[in-house]
Design a protein. Structure first.
Length: 168
């Protein structure tokens, strides 16, 4: 186990199933005579705190925020052509959930792109729920990276998708 954690207190990180959080402290805990270092991550949006063992951080999918080139790739993905699956919705829904919970920003962008439709009433409840979950996850990371509010990031993403639809 390393005494030199990859992340520091106050670092913003992404945990796959919860999105963007902040490391508020690094604790040492003793469990069954084994000393364990854990990142204590706060997700204020969900009013939740998560403890992730430092040694298992990368295996759990914990990562730093995306880079500028990752964000450019996200915008390229959003500008791309949506993939319309020909599988049953339940199978596609499962694939979308897996992409969202992977924590990979590009995979989440694909879900947003593929599920975006200009007409909201054309969607089933589960499709809208998955789309909103992906959009919120993507917007929360972009908001932190571009130092704007999550609402501004969401509006920016939706505008980008609308413009693409108009141009098509």
């Amino acid at each position: 186990m390393s005494n030199n954690p990859k992340f520091k207190i106050s670092d913003r990180v992404v945990y796959p199933s919860h999105g963007v959080g902040e490391i508020i402290t690094i604790e040492s805990q003793t469990i069954a005579d084994t000393k364990l270092e854990v990142y204590v991550i706060s997700f204020p949006h969900d009013k939740m705190t998560l403890r992730v063992p430092v040694a298992r951080a990368s295996a759990s999918g914990l990562r730093g925020l995306a880079s500028k080139s990752d964000i450019n790739e996200v915008y390229n993905i959003l500008n791309g052509k949506p993939k319309r699956g020909n599988k049953m919705w339940s199978r596609r829904a499962q694939e979308y959930e897996t992409k969202i919970n992977s924590g990979e920003i590009e995979a989440i962008a694909e879900v947003v792109r593929d599920l975006y439709k200009n007409v909201d009433n054309d969607r089933s409840y589960s499709e809208r729920t998955i789309y909103e979950s992906a959009l919120n996850r993507l917007a929360s990371e972009i908001a932190v990276l571009e130092q704007i509010s999550q609402q501004e990031a969401t509006a920016k993403l939706v505008d980008l998708l609308k413009e693409k639809l108009v141009a098509a």
